[in-house]
Design a protein around this ligand. Sequence first.
Ligand SMILES: C[S@@+](CC[C@H](N)C(=O)[O-])C[C@H]1O[C@@H](n2cnc3c(N)ncnc32)[C@H](O)[C@@H]1O
Length: 493
Amino acid sequence: MSEASRTLYTTTLIPHLSHNNTSPLRRTSVSPTIFKRNSVLRCSVSTLTKKIPWGCDTDSMENASALQRWLTESGLPEQRMGLEKVEVGERGLVSLKNIRNGEKLLFVPPSLVISPDSEWSNPEAGEVLKRNSVPDWPLLATYLISEASCMKSSRWSNYISALPRQPYSLLYWTRAELDTYLVASQIRERAIERINGVTGTYNDLRSRIFSKYPNLFPEEVFNMETFKWSFGILFSRLVRLPSLNERVALVPWADMLNHSCEVETFLDYDKSSQAVVFTTDRPYQPGEQVFISYGKKSNGELLLSYGFVPKEGTNPSDSADLSVSLNKSDVCYKEKLEVLRKHGLSASERFPIQITGWPVELMAYAYLVVSPPTMARQFEEMAVAASNNTSNKDLIYPEIEKEALQFMLDNCESSILKYTKFLQGSGSIDLDVTSPSQINRKLFLKQLAVDLCTSEQRILFRTQYILRRRLRDMKSGELRGLSIFNGFFRFFE
Ligand SMILES: C[S@@+](CC[C@H](N)C(=O)[O-])C[C@H]1O[C@@H](n2cnc3c(N)ncnc32)[C@H](O)[C@@H]1O
């Protein structure tokens, strides 16, 4: 949600644990030091699994009010905002008084923040994860499940009860839904990568840790479904706090704030007030919903992590990924792939295009794809520029500029065609449902996909227009040059 969280979400999305072990659960003997007396029975007992409150309906105000009461009793100072049903984001924080521009709000004390150092209601489980050096994200995902399973005996029970039972992120879309609704958008690939990342992380934890301590981590509680839930919560609520060395944290109350593309204010830890705050960048009148920014994210990235798409044309950070590939029939295919790999790239790459233009990395990749064998000595510098690892970014090769622009135009046009096909056919998508709730879900997902594809296609149309105009200008420049040359030729004749 904070500006700093952007890098986390947009790069290596899931912390890396090795993803290669997908073998079925092995039940090994329990470590004697861990399996002490009734160590776990306090919390994660399988018969209670069904009673565990994995959050509530996304618009439940009952649990939200209980959360607010508990936070106040636990040290949250008096607030200038209240938690209410809102038009944007279902539940959100609404101004109770006049709020000035530049005012600090929230003041959530560290004791009400969940971080990788938070105490576990079941300390043995926490110790096992820490002994195994589990990184922050899977650690927090396991922590949330563990605390949820402790129900009322967890100090976070009011917080967990107010979390959405099914976060809106793309983690909850089935493969068939992704294939049907996001067929045109590159976000589909990113969603699949993310789902695979979560699955791999869970499988790794299961084989390395959970299966060795089944009493601490019973599969009835710590399974793929509950991990999908906890990762969904992390993707849509976790923040990085720049003033605390980018520490990741869940900040109850602050995470009830919804996102607006029109504000540029982020959550952070404020050393002077020793609390998590944000500073408004506009005034609010009583009754108005107060917003923060979840970071400079494209509509696709907002859909991926948070499950919503801003209104068309309202997101200045919006972009559409263009996918480009080396040509397999290129005589230099092997050499080009080698230099790309050397600089961390592959035979197919995605580059984000904005309404204002394309990145220099894409142009460098295009140069490499179209460059002839005679330019082999420049392959390396093109790959370096494409990989974003150089200060000398603005490469220009006038002799192949036209081919590079044409290559980008061809890719852009074939991508536009996919969007057009999806958008034209979206009215006739077979919803194939058997219940009213299913039809609601399908219509909801379809609307999100149509909104996303419309905004991405708009960016590609603009890119197509600019590319066509440049190519036309280059051609007319060439023609002008040619006619001047012909004029000289006649003169000398
Ligand atoms: C950090 S939570 C914000 C609180 C949330 N509304 C709640 O009731 O729990 C993020 C979630 O809020 C919703 N949300 C935030 N900003 C939104 C927006 N501009 N439009 C639609 N939904 C939004 C999305 O469901 C997102 O996954």
